[in-house]
Design a protein around this ligand. Structure first.
Ligand code: ATP
Length: 270
């Protein structure tokens, strides 16, 4: 049985389906994310994980099924509305503004949340200057939190890759989310950076935050997750504690492919 840290369900999808033409990228996905936990979504390439995230964060409308955030339906809402409701995300391929400073990148995250929008803020009308200062102060705090305070005036394109990943997380945090959705945050990080990321994320959930993460690195998955859901070919094929899932035959087969390879090599999947 699952031993929940907290009984509340932050995010729930029921029968969620997204098709691309004849391809069922996500099919009848039921998923529950519990408050204050780190839930991982794993599965082989093309399993439908990012598509699931894209539906949750409003990039795609689902073809069927529904999604609830804190009990209220969110399917069909626009990405900025979903941010306003308290879901922030990062992307598999880093999406920063390369020619803006680190501080400006994090500030942009908050502007996306505000009613005025980023373009109005860039225009810097008199009435917005105070707001601008407030936003800069919050952004500076978030930069410190992700360990990049000293780089605030550097252009995003000039900082190391691992720092860019943390900058994206800082930008997401600046929207003050209740649920942080991270698409392969350890991708491209070295072992040391991945370990630091695990510690960082574990500390984050102590702040009453919930995390849903797509992750390929099994060391990260095992080290971080309270609960793991496994997708393959658009479907949920398993869920449970990291240990349960890691030893699940269906999961081992999904990672190895469905040919009759050496069965002992199941422990090598990652
Ligand atoms: N915009 C799109 N148009 C058509 N097909 C798409 C689109 N996005 C994803 N797909 C297809 O949907 C399926 C699921 O893709 P998705 O990117 O969600 O998988 P994934 O589990 O995130 O994979 P990976 O781990 O490689 O990122 C794949 O077959 C993919 O080719």
């Amino acid at each position: 049985m699952r031993n929940h840290k907290n009984a509340g369900i932050v995010l729930e999808s029921r029968n969620l389906t997204k098709r691309f033409g004849g391809l069922v990228a996500v099919g009848n996905m039921d998923l529950k994310v519990h408050r204050g936990e780190i839930s991982s979504l794993i599965g082989p390439n093309g399993a439908g994980k990012t598509t699931f995230f894209n539906v949750v964060t409003g990039i795609y409308r689902p073809d069927a099924g529904d999604i609830r955030f804190n009990g209220a339906p969110i399917d069909g809402k626009k990405p900025h509305q979903i941010v306003e409701l308290g879901i922030a995300r990062t992307f598999q391929n880093i999406r920063l503004f390369p020619n803006m400073t680190c501080l400006e990148n994090v500030m942009a995250g908050q502007h996306c949340r505000g009613a005025a929008g980023v373009w109005a803020s860039i225009a810097r009308t008199a009435g917005q200057r105070t707001e601008e200062k407030r936003i800069a102060a919050i952004a500076a705090q978030r930069l410190e939190q992700v360990g990049l305070g000293r780089l605030k005036d550097e252009l995003a394109k000039n900082i190391p890759y691992g720092n860019q990943r943390m900058l994206e997380i800082g930008r997401a945090l600046a929207t003050n989310p209740r649920l942080l959705v991270l698409d392969e945050p350890s991708s491209g990080l070295n072992d040391r950076e991945s370990e630091d990321l695990i510690v960082f994320l574990k500390n984050l959930i102590k702040e009453d935050l919930t995390i849903l993460i797509i992750e390929h690195d099994m060391n990260v998955v095992m080290g971080i997750s309270d609960w793991v859901t496994v997708m393959d070919e658009g479907r949920k094929i398993a869920e449970g504690t990291p240990e349960t899932v890691y030893n699940d035959q269906k999961v081992i087969e999904a990672y190895l492919g469905r040919d009759d390879e050496d069965e002992d090599s199941g422990t090598e999947r990652a």
